[in-house]
Every structure is written in C-alpha cells, then in structure tokens.
Design a protein around this ligand. Structure first.
Ligand code: MOS
Length: 746
C-alpha cells in the first residue's frame, strides 16, 4: 500500500529520547530485584597455559562474600562445541567461559566472586590467588605473519563464508605491463569498540527453573538460544531482554562471557545475580582484527585501471577463524579488468576477533583508497578525476548492474560543498600561519542487506497500535524509524504508536548488525500493516451500505484513522466504525517478511568523503578541521537519526586515522592500554566541522520503500580521506595507522 508518507523521510526526533535523557530507559545493569547478588570477575594474568591451583580462602573470608565459582565447582555446562556456537560464530571451537583449567588469552575469566554488594565482590576478587603453568605465547601479528594460514574454504564460491572473490583476468601479467604502477603496504592495528555502556548481565531467578536475563546484546534471541544450549534449558524458561543499549558497534553481536557467568552464578546460588564487567575487561572481548595489507595497482596513463591485487593478513584467535571478506572491496569498487585477492589468518593467543563497524570495509577500503591516492599522484591526476575515470556501474565480481548507485552525485555534491575545485595539487602548497593545510578525499562502500524478520501489530479500537519485533536498538534509532513507518502505514499519529523490541519473546529477528535492520524491519511493518488493513476492509465491507463495497484491498489505504479508497478519497470508513461493527476492540497480526534474493542486481551503499587537515609545522599535531561526507544510501527514513549515524561514523573514522590503537606488550601478551585514558578516541576538542549530505538515490527494485541502511557506511573511507589529506599537507605518506605525530617526524 502506498500510504501518504507524513513521517517517513522526516527528521523525527527519537521517540525514546525522553526516556533516555530522564533515566527511565533502563540498561542491563539497572534492573533491581530483591535479593540481588553481585558478581566480580577474576581474570588470568598469563596468556597461555593452564591453572594449577586456585586459592580462594582469603577471598571467601571477606565479610559479605557468598561464594566463589571456578571451573572446579561450577554448575554443569554443555560439553559440545555446537552448544557454544551462537548464530554469528565463526568456524572453530568457541570459547567456553569458566569451563576448564586451560588459559587461551590474557585476561580470560578464571573465577567469579559473588557477594552481597558489588564493592565487596570486587575487593574479594583481588584476593583470589591463581597459580599457573605457563606456555610460550604469540600475540604479535608481524611475528606470526609468515605462519599465517589460508582461509578455511577459500576454494569455495564466495558466499556466506566470506571467502575472497575469484581471480579476474590475468592480474600478474596486466600489472607487469601497466605503464603506471603503485605498490604499497598498509597496516591497521587492533582496535576496540569502546562503547559507553559496560557489558553487563542481570539474571533474575524467577523460581521454577525460569530465568529472566537482562543482558547487553545486539541480539536477544541469539543470546536466548545460546544460554539454552549452554545450560540445557528449555526455550520457554529463558527470556532475554535488552531494550536499550549504550553502544555496541558489533561487540554485542555474539554473546559475551558475562551472561554465561551470571547464569552460572544464579544457578549456583538459586538467586538473582548481576555482573558488570570492568572497563578493562571489555578489552578481552572481541576487537577489530589487525590487518596487514599489500596493494598493487596498475593503470594506463589516462587513469583507467588495468590490475588490482589485494593481499591481506588478519588476526584471529587460536581457537576460531574469524574473518570477513577483507580484500574483496578492492576489485569491486572501480572498473578494472584484472583483479586478484589473497587473505590469510594469523592465529594469535588472543580472544577471537569480531565484527566492528563496517567489518572488512573500514580497514580494507582504507588501504585501497590510500593506494588510489598514491596512484593519482603518480598519474598527476586529481584524485576525484581518477575515480571518475574508472567509475563502475557494474558489480565487478558478479558482472551485474547495481540496483542503484549514485556515487557520481556524492563526488559532485561533496566536492562542491567542500570547495575541492580550489585545491592546489602540490603537497605542502597550502599554508596558514604555522599550519600546513591538506585536502584529501576517498570513496566509501558498504552492503545493502536485508534479512527475514517477523513483526506483530496490535491495533486497538481507540486508534493506538503496538508494534513489536525482537530486534534491537543499539542506539541507532530503530525505535524511531519503526514508529515512523508504522504511523504512516496505519494512518495514525506517531504518538499513537508504541514500539516494543529487545525482548526474546517477541517475533523473530536476527541480530542487529550489518546495516540490515532498518530496511528489513520497515518492510516487516509494511507486510503486517497490510494484513491489518485487509482485516479492517473485510469488516468495513460487511457494514450496511459500505462505501468501500466491492473495492480491492490494494486499492485501499489507511490514512487519518480511516480506510480510504486511493482513487476516490470520499469513499472511506473510519477504523473505529469498522471495528465497532465487527464487535472487535483489537486486531492483531503477526507476519514474517522474507526478501527474495535478486541476483540480477548488486546492492550497495556508497559515499565520498572530503577532509581538511591542518598540521603544525614544528610538532606535527594534526587537526581535522573539516569533513564533508556525501552519502548515497537510497531513501533516507529519518534525516535526523541518519545524519547522526553518519556523523558518528566520521568521528570514528577520524579516530581510526589519528588515535586508535590497542597496544599489546608481547612479552606478557597483555594489553597495555585497556582503558579509555590510554586507548585514545577522538574527544570533543578533536572534532570540528562535519557536514553530511544525502544525495538523491531512487532505488525502485531493492524493496518497496527504496531503503538501504546506514549503520556502517559512515566510517568507510574516512581514515583514507584523512591520511590522504595528511599527505597533501606534508608530502609525507604514513601507511600504518594511526598517524601519530612521531610517525610524521620519522
Ligand atoms: Mo555491526 S559491526 O554489524 O554491529
């Protein structure tokens, strides 16, 4: 139904904003129940080996300590790898928290102290003594580089297992013959997500074997299935809730260990338990894998590409093979007849790497877009002009057209807004006072994915509707866009819509990630709203002398509290009258929406990023004074939340370029900066002018509203634009992130 769109596309303020700023929105660690016990996690101080003895006597002697759990005295847990493999687990043998005496990484949980207050638990945790038998470890990707292993199933057709795309043409020959060539090695270090909200779990012991679990997660049903499998519990006995989330960015796609420990403790004590991880403990969950990348590009003198080769080594644990299609973006983005990819995994004594905002694209496109900038310099071509000369309207891997791709408008509108035409291409040529000015740009690309999802709508005769789905709102605005779409599709004021999500008992949803929820849940709402309309029309047509008699459902829309003929607005019946006539005070529908895969087209979002840096001549301090990000992502559902998404991505891209780096002391295998004082992220003073542009991009085939999704595209390309601007300012090419001032001096 093409209902009048009053809310879709508008800059609607967050419907959950009031609850958040007034503290009514409750997070996982804020649910209080009588008799709550508090857990504090003891973590390993070695990196590899096994525990030989755990001495809990002193800790147990502390007043207020209830008990201490270790692998030796915990309640029983599943003993098969399948039980620990959640919906998003990579291949391998998933980590089992508190399972046995093995130590797989530094900071691994080894004991849980449970006490009457969190302070007591934390103090007592400091008194638990563990003896170890240490084994040699390796945590340095460069040391392990030569021993990196090929991806599992790299020979298979690239599908869900993220194998690199197949070789195209004869890249070696084409590269050797290319008149202009660039080869470069680029490095992105391990980075962490650093969400504001700490990982936490409050497990409410309901009695009768039932548990209500308030856990910080991007997928309540994923955690629910996982907990049931690990503890052999019945699905109806475990309800997982995560109505609000203070930042996830991919760190909450997989269940984290706090939920296992909290359920273990609740079972051991037969009472409710809360565990809040400490800030430092968040650094022993997942991370963005470090990535060593080599890029070889060959071009003709006119700037048309001849060959691209992208070779990557990424980091994972010894026990699971996490990776994404890190290299595949390179041969996809630009017209290039020859391309090849190689990807290896360096297995280290660390926890398994995981998704972090735009996994694979943020680091992979960073390298590609710096290499393109270096090629533009070699060709003496403007970097935008180079990209226009190899612009591609086809997916190079599948040789199919895009359902929509208005990247051209991103270049044009972004360049115009930035003032790119005024750029002097000579590095170091632009200066103001003691600062050299640099202008750089890059392209961004991400997937436009859609996933099966179920939505329930319950419409009351008083004109209020409840819309529910087990998806999450990880801070991105899902509550708001769901309310907008439902209000338009049901023809009700947005104030009459209540959205429920983040509860495993609600209709089926996959994890919120991959930028796929906005398009998916919007269409879930459309499908279910149409079922509501159909039922209302049946009722309306049963009314005596119904003005909608004989009309087809598709010719009717819901607007202003009425069923209305699309052709003749005078033919209308009020929803209240129809429901009263049918003697109903509520209509409820639950529908699942699936998206037929359209393999005849490729579906991506794109962006062009323009960045200005100012670099202090003497000490090398870099300020990113202006960024313009022009984004092509189909129809924008909400200009306000969409702009915030992109701005957040740009801020993070600045962090990736200049600040972020997880530092490991390889002698001990221990992270040295496991706190946000020493793990640097951009602070307010680092962020200046950021302008977001959404270019027009109509997509008539991807889905009915032409929506693509915006969660990740904002960060992709930003680090390259900044790095390229630093080169333009200084003439110095730093290829290993972050670009700190010492690297500018060397
Ligand atoms: Mo996103 S890294 O898919 O949460």
């Amino acid at each position: 139904m093409s209902a009048p769109q009053k809310y879709i596309g508008a800059a609607v303020s967050r419907v959950d904003g009031h609850a958040k700023v007034t503290g009514q929105a409750k997070y996982a660690a804020e649910f209080n129940v009588p008799g709550l016990a508090y857990g504090s996690v003891v973590t390993s101080t070695i990196t590899k080996g096994r525990m030989t003895r755990i001495d809990t006597s002193e800790a147990l002697g502390v007043d207020g300590v209830i008990d201490i759990l270790t692998h030796q005295n915990r309640p029983s847990m599943a003993d098969s790898d399948e039980a620990y493999a959640d919906d998003t687990a990579p291949e391998g043998k998933p980590y089992r928290p508190l399972y046995d005496d093995r130590i797989l990484f530094n900071g691994q949980p080894v004991a849980l102290v449970m006490a009457e207050t969190s302070e007591t638990a934390r103090f007592a945790a400091s008194l638990v003594r563990v003896d170890y038998e240490e084994e040699p470890h390796e945590t340095d990707v460069f040391a392990q580089r030569d021993k990196a292993i090929p991806l599992p199933h790299a020979d298979k057709t690239p599908t869900s297992d993220f194998a690199p795309p197949k070789t195209r043409g004869n890249p070696d020959k084409a590269f050797a013959a290319a008149p202009v060539r660039h080869s470069g090695e680029y490095f992105v270090p391990i980075e962490h997500h650093n969400p504001m909200e700490l990982y936490a779990s409050t497990v409410v012991w309901e009695g009768g074997g039932k548990l209500t679990v308030y856990d910080k997660t991007q997928g309540v049903q994923n955690v629910q299935r996982y907990v049931c499998n690990v503890f052999n519990l019945k699905p109806e006995d475990v309800r997982v809730m995560s109505a609000f989330m203070g930042g996830g960015f991919g760190s909450g796609l997989r269940p984290n260990y706090e939920v296992v420990l909290a359920v273990l403790a609740a079972q051991a004590l037969k009472r409710s338990v809360r565990i809040v991880l400490r800030r430092s403990q968040l650094y022993q969950l997942g991370y963005r894998p470090a990535m060593i990348q080599k890029i070889d590009i060959g071009a003709k003198d006119d700037g048309s590409l001849e060959s691209i080769a992208h070779d990557a080594t990424t980091v994972t644990s010894q026990y699971e093979d996490f990776h994404r299609q890190e290299t595949g973006w390179s041969g996809l983005l630009y017209t290039c007849p020859n391309a090849k990819y190689a990807h290896k995994l360096a297995k280290l004594d660390l926890p398994t790497a995981c998704d972090m905002r735009a996994p694979s694209a943020a680091p992979g496109v960073y390298a590609l877009e710096c290499a393109m900038d270096e090629l533009a310099v070699a060709l003496k071509l403007d970097p935008v002009e180079l990209r226009l000369r190899c612009y591609s309207d086809h997916d190079q891997h599948e040789n199919v057209p895009y359902s929509s791709k208005n990247l051209r408008a991103c270049y044009e509108e972004g360049a115009a807004a930035f003032g790119w035409a005024g750029r002097n291409p000579e590095p170091g040529s632009m200066q103001e006072g003691h600062e050299r000015i640099g202008w750089g740009m890059a392209t961004g690309i991400w997937e436009a994915l859609q996933v099966p999802i179920a939505v329930r709508i319950s419409l009351s005769a008083n004109g209020n509707a409840e819309v529910s789905c087990a998806t999450s709102d990880i801070g991105t605005g899902t509550y708001t866009i769901m309310a907008q779409v439902a209000a338009d599709m049901l023809g009700l004021p947005i104030e009459h819509i209540t959205v429920r999500l983040g509860d495993s008992s609600l209709p089926q949803s996959p994890v919120e990630g991959g930028s796929w929820i906005a398009a998916s849940v919007s269409h879930g709402i459309i499908t279910t709203a149409e079922a509501i309309r159909d039922k209302l029309l049946q009722l309306a047509q049963q009314m005596p002398n119904s003005s909608l008699a004989g009309i087809q459902a598709d010719d009717v829309t819901l607007a202003d509290g009425h069923l209305v003929s699309k052709a003749d607005a005078s033919r209308r019946v009020s929803i209240i009258d129809a429901m009263r006539h049918g003697k109903l005070d509520r209509i409820e529908e639950l529908k699942t929406t699936k998206f037929a895969p359209d393999l005849s087209k490729a579906h991506k979002t794109h962006s062009a990023i323009f960045a200005e840096v100012r670099v202090d001549e003497q000490i090398g301090i870099i300020r990113v004074t202006r960024v313009v990000s022009a984004v092509a992502a189909g129809r924008i559902l909400n200009l306000k939340t969409a702009r915030s998404q992109i701005m957040g991505g740009v801020v993070w891209g600045i962090g990736m370029a200049l600040h972020e780096e997880t530092l490991i002391d390889h002698k001990f295998g221990r992270i040295m900066n496991a706190n946000i004082a020493e793990y640097h992220v951009p602070v307010h003073a680092d962020i200046h002018d950021i302008q977001v542009i959404f270019v027009d991009e109509a997509d008539p085939t991807i889905n009915r509203l032409g929506i693509k999704g915006l969660g990740e595209i904002g960060i992709v390309g930003v680090a390259a634009a900044v790095a390229n601007a630093v080169y333009h300012a200084t003439g110095k090419r730093v290829r290993d992130l972050p670009i700190t001032l010492d690297k500018l001096q060397r």
